[in-house]
Design a protein around this ligand. Structure first.
Ligand code: PHE
Length: 347
């Protein structure tokens, strides 16, 4: 019987060595180590031995059983490792491959200038407010001291939504400037008022390097007791220095806007020709960057402010113009053409 067991062991180990896949390994286990397997059959045979030989035979059988079990476990581990190694080889990821580049977006040059304007004026106490781009004729013109049929309306080529002066309907338009927000703000607030109003404005324009049909403005308004033209100049000079640096030259001249009196225009020396005159500055050496003035008494009266007690200044500037000056851009049409070659140049 002992010889039979040793043969069984040798046979089992030989078969095991040849196994290459897990399902066969399981078959092998059932065949040799299973409840109805070969080893169990041998164990049953112990009963036929003389009692004195039984313990020795039992010990040998146990040894063989343990040896087979160990061999089985080893084989199982070896097969799993081999399978793992194979799948790692097949599914290998090449970590030396360069990653896909992530494109970073940038802030639009207009946004950058708006942020600079806010950074200069908010610490002075101006609050940022916004208003509608579709506006009533009343706010865009009438309440700003520009009645119907007033020749000053020609200063703003207007995109009308409902016709000007049409009977029975309030005329509606795309705001030509952010100044209507002067009126809307004062209607809602008692003085003192200090606001800046960024937003889009629209003009019925012949498009060229310095004219677009849509662009941005930032309106400024400060109303209180005792505000003078000196406050206006001081505020705007500080703003100009913040935007263009201390050494930039600034010029104030009298200008006309129906809703201010007196009205002024602030200009800055032309970056392209440094003042000698070129196409961009139309030969003058100066580029107007904003209109401003002291709020007209009629406008104050219209919103219920007493012009004998309160005075204020207002200004309106175009951030694209400022970006053109700062970055040397010679064509305003580049701003909203969505050409990434242009937009990517602003870090
Ligand atoms: N709204 C004027 C324009 O669009 C600019 C302006 C604003 C002038 C405020 C004076 C005061 O041209």
């Amino acid at each position: 019987m002992l010889g039979e067991i040793q043969d069984l062991k040798a046979e089992a180990l030989r078969e095991l060595a040849e196994i290459g896949q897990e399902p066969q390994l399981e078959d092998w286990r059932v065949t040799y180590l299973g409840k109805k397997g070969a080893l169990t059959r041998v164990v049953r045979g112990i009963g036929a031995l003389p009692p004195a030989d039984r313990p020795a035979a039992g010990a040998v059988i146990n040894d063989v059983k343990e040896a087979l079990q160990t061999a089985f476990e080893d084989k199982r581990l070896a097969l799993r490792e081999a399978a793992l190694r194979l799948s790692l080889q097949h599914e290998q990821i090449d970590i030396t491959l360069p990653g896909r580049p992530v494109e970073l977006g940038r802030r639009h040059p207009t946004t950058q200038i708006l942020d600079e304007i806010f950074a200069a004026l908010v610490p002075m106490g101006f609050q940022i407010v916004e208003g509608p781009e579709v506006e009533w004729d009343y706010y865009n013109f009438q309440a700003l001291n520009i009645p119907e049929d007033h020749p000053a309306r020609d200063m703003w080529d207007t995109l009308w939504i409902t016709p000007e002066g049409e009977h029975g309907r309030r005329p509606m338009l795309l705001r030509t400037h952010t100044s209507p927000m002067q009126v809307r703000t004062m209607e809602k607030t008692k003085p003192p008022v200090r606001v800046i109003v960024p937003g889009k404005v629209y003009r019925y324009e012949a498009i060229d390097p310095s004219h677009e049909s849509m662009f941005y403005q930032v309106e400024g308004l400060a109303v209180d007791e005792g505000i003078t033209l000196a406050d206006l100049k001081g505020t705007l000079y500080e703003l100009a220095k913040r935007l263009f640096g201390e050494e930039r030259r600034v010029r104030f001249r009298v200008d006309y806007f129906p809703f201010v009196e007196p009205g002024v225009e602030m200009a800055i020396d032309c970056f392209a020709c440094r003042g000698t005159g070129c196409r961009l500055c139309k030969g003058t050496g100066w580029i107007e960057i904003l209109g401003a003035g002291m709020v007209h008494p009629n406008v104050l009266r219209g919103v219920g402010y007493d012009p004998d007690r309160y005075s204020g200044f207002a200004f309106g500037l175009g951030p694209e113009r400022i970006a053109m000056l700062k970055y040397g851009i010679d064509d305003i049409r580049l701003f909203y053409a969505n050409d990434l070659r242009f937009l990517r140049q602003f870090p």
